[in-house]
Design a binder for this molecule. Structure first.
Ligand code: SF4
Length: 286
């Protein structure tokens, strides 16, 4: 079969995930084991690689049982209670919270402290229960309202001040629609577009990439929320977009003679995984 294959040059880990994985690997050079609070990256293939080096994923309940040890806080960040727990249990924290998320946590905290005196509400456009969102809600003593879609705007009390923020990996277009809807009901609402610039840039470039290939192989863990958003984006401009977690999931019937195949992924998909997909296609090519 004649195929032209290209890896999206902008795909691969975002800076925050690169930094967290590097810090974990640096630590594991000198230690046989490192505990990570939650999956360091939403990608089972990459997690398996790191587990072989000694990374162990713990839940918050498991961390509660841990004393005098070391834990890694991943790029998504954590609420203040986690740091308090670490202090009480004498846990050393390797804090890999992405600097972009740290700044967002500070802004949410400052805004909440300013608005709460007047009964104001901090609203976060994000996925309920996502680690980054939990970390943001934690800055407001658990009072922030999380909305996952435009329909949930109705849960906001528009008789009081409103400040809107976004989880860093959400869809910029959806954020704009939600912001417009909120401003229509409360013109003085504060709107902070806190989508990570790397993610926003990737949205733009991915649309062009998906449209310029006849078939797209989108590589990501199923549990990645950024993966879901970017896959849907590719699908919206290229109906022949297929989601795979690894090369074994590629169905050859997806490919036709003469296709131009684009390989891309989420912010939690490492470059080496895209290269593996590229190499696996060599078997199909003439
Ligand atoms: S998507 Fe952006 S904000 Fe989130 S971890 Fe990656 S670099 Fe940081």
């Amino acid at each position: 079969m004649r195929l032209t294959v290209e890896i999206d040059p902008r795909s691969g880990f975002c800076n925050g995930v690169v930094r967290a994985v590097q810090q974990a690997e640096n630590y594991l050079q000198y230690s046989a084991r490192l505990y990570s609070l939650g999956a360091i990256v939403h990608n089972s293939v990459e997690l398996e690689r790191l587990k072989k080096k000694g990374l162990e994923i713990l839940s918050i309940d498991e961390v509660r049982q841990l004393h005098h040890d070391v834990i890694l806080v991943r790029a998504h960040g954590e609420p203040p209670e986690t740091y308090e727990l670490a202090r009480q249990n004498d846990l050393q924290v390797i804090d890999c919270t992405c600097p972009v998320v740290l700044r967002l946590q500070e802004r949410v905290r400052e805004t909440w402290q300013r608005l709460r005196a007047e009964g104001g509400q901090v609203v976060i456009f994000g996925k309920k229960g996502h680690a980054e969102v939990n970390g943001l809600v934690g800055q407001t003593d658990g009072e922030a309202i999380v909305i996952g879609c435009i329909e949930e705007v109705d849960t906001i009390d528009f008789s009081h001040p409103v400040a809107l923020f976004s989880q860093t990996t959400k869809d910029p277009d959806e954020f704009r629609r939600i912001a417009d809807c909120i401003r229509a009901r409360r013109p003085d609402a504060e709107v902070y577009d806190t989508i990570c610039r790397q993610v926003a840039q990737r949205h733009k470039s991915l649309v062009a990439f998906a449209a310029s290939h006849s078939v797209i192989l989108f590589v990501s863990g199923r549990e990645s929320s950024n993966g879901k958003v970017l896959f849907d984006l590719c699908r919206s401009v290229n109906a022949r977009t297929y989601w795979v977690e690894n090369a074994s999931q590629i169905d050859r019937s997806w490919l036709r003679d003469g296709d131009t195949v684009g390989i891309c992924g989420a912010t939690s998909t490492p470059k080496w995984q895209l290269e593996e997909i590229f190499i696996s296609l060599q078997d199909v090519m003439e």
